[in-house]
Write a protein that binds this ligand. Sequence first.
Ligand code: DX5
Ligand code: ZN
Length: 225
Amino acid sequence: MWKPLISPSIIAGDLANLRQDAIRAEEGGADWLHLDIMDGNFVPNITFGPATVAALRPAVRFTLDTHLMLVHPLSMIERFAEAGSDLITVHVESTDPVDECLELIRSCGARTGLCINPDTPIEAVEPWADQVDLVLLMSVHPGFTGQSFVEGSVERLRALRALLDRVSSNPPDLQIDGGIGLHNCREIVEAGATVLVAGASVFRQPDVAKAIHDLRETGAGNLPR
Ligand code: DX5
Ligand code: ZN
């Protein structure tokens, strides 16, 4: 049976103990670790930067899935790649040209991701759909963990899956981020997601390993393509 990848978002963890939570996620069976990078401008919150990613890198071996919520990602991409980010996702709504961001991510040897916010038409990713490794659909307005899944996101996900399958011969992973939990993960995978970001539903649970396992098993089903 096909199972979705689980990328726990460490923003919902113990921010005074990130290393411990990264290890808990890896040992708990997570596929990737989602790192939310916020600049206080693109979103109304600030998290951490490349130095923190570099400090986490030696503690774990799995994919560091780095979600840049920055007005100007271009000037920071090399720093995150050098710090050890394996996958770097930029927003289509950022100010810097998407082409330049993706090219730089690739030239640094990292995998490429392109993200859209809940209010952005899904067609915005179409020009890059056949060249990125991952497309990320936000299912909350980015900035904070623990928000509710924005209504209509499942329909957007389904439409985005169809768009990616239509325009790309080798469709990218489709990741969804915000408000994901056991209550909605099956429906989300059925709609076409291959990677689930989960903050509160992993790190704010009593047993991180069980939370990861339950999300993966509840989401499991037919290959969503
Ligand atoms: C939102 C971030 C998400 C989010 C996930 O700005 O990009 O990664 O914090 O947290 P939950 O799963 O709790 O919504
Ligand atoms: Zn995120």
